[in-house]
Ligand binder design. Sequence first.
Ligand code: HEC
Length: 312
Amino acid sequence: MTRIFAVGASVLAMTFASVTAAETWTLDGDASRIAYGSIKKDKVGEVNSFSGLSGTVDATGAANITIDLATLETNIDIRNERMLEHVFRGAGEAQLAAQLDMDDVKGLGVGEMAVVDVEGALSLLGVSTELDLEMLVVRLAEDRVMAVSNDMVFVGTEELGVDAGIDKLMEIAKLPGITRTAPVTLRLVFTTDGQAAAAPAAAAAVQTAAVTGDVKAGKKVFRKCKACHKLEEGKNGAGPHLAGVIGRTAGAVDGFKYSKAMSGSGIVWDTETLTAFLTKPKKYLKGTKMAFGGLKKPEDIENVLAYIASEQ
Ligand code: HEC
């Protein structure tokens, strides 16, 4: 479900970009929200929402939004935990990416609105889902734009790859049924300072900010990696050094002999790709020569990433 939301956010971001093509827009996290509905036992409807949204739309209309999954609010603590563990599987965050069509909203004056179709891709744990959204875009001020979902967007849990997690929730909560499609609504507010900022810098900031987890616990987990990896620049062992690995392109350490699978993968290591890789290295990247079975517990991955990030 999180993935669903994330996609919606991307779409909105795109829309904003279209408003003023030459500017960079930043998501106002406090003013934005993504929610979805869940229906159990055929008749009990509930609203879940995410408040931790961040992201930008760059001058070319490329939108990237990060949804901090830990900000999920289902109004019941234990349910929040179960969703994060079983449905989002410790992913930490979901990413929305979209490319805006600038022509749709160009020239929208303050107080004017337009309905815009946007296509986005939501990715969670290495699975990407496409979403078609119809957004109502309103220009609130010269430097402020709001996009809200014009209709509900329905997202299927199967295509999001979260069906097994929902099965697990039903089993734990002894529920006869939870619907496998969720209506999603979005409210995204973007602001601009009129500058065309450097997109890569903005993306890097998002990636770094997204790392959550317990550094101390992560240091212990890192013992499993130590035999092959050092965190100091230039110190390669059986594996490449991991200094600065978050935000780095896979296979980029000079002088380390990577597998073809790794050096040709084009993967950029962020919380999401690292989580997917470390869960099952050989499944995520067929042909990798990292001889490591993977970390089963999502919290181990979250923590080890926090540790790696703290050492960079
Ligand atoms: C038995 C040795 C071994 C262990 C244990 C191991 N790795 Fe690796 N790791 C490697 C090798 C070898 C590669 C290069 C893989 C390739 O080229 O396909 C690699 C690659 C990586 C990469 C990609 C680096 C880059 O520059 O692209 C990351 C990230 C990584 N490992 C993280 C970890 C973490 C975190 C752990 C512990 C949880 C771990 N590894 C455990 C051997 C190991």
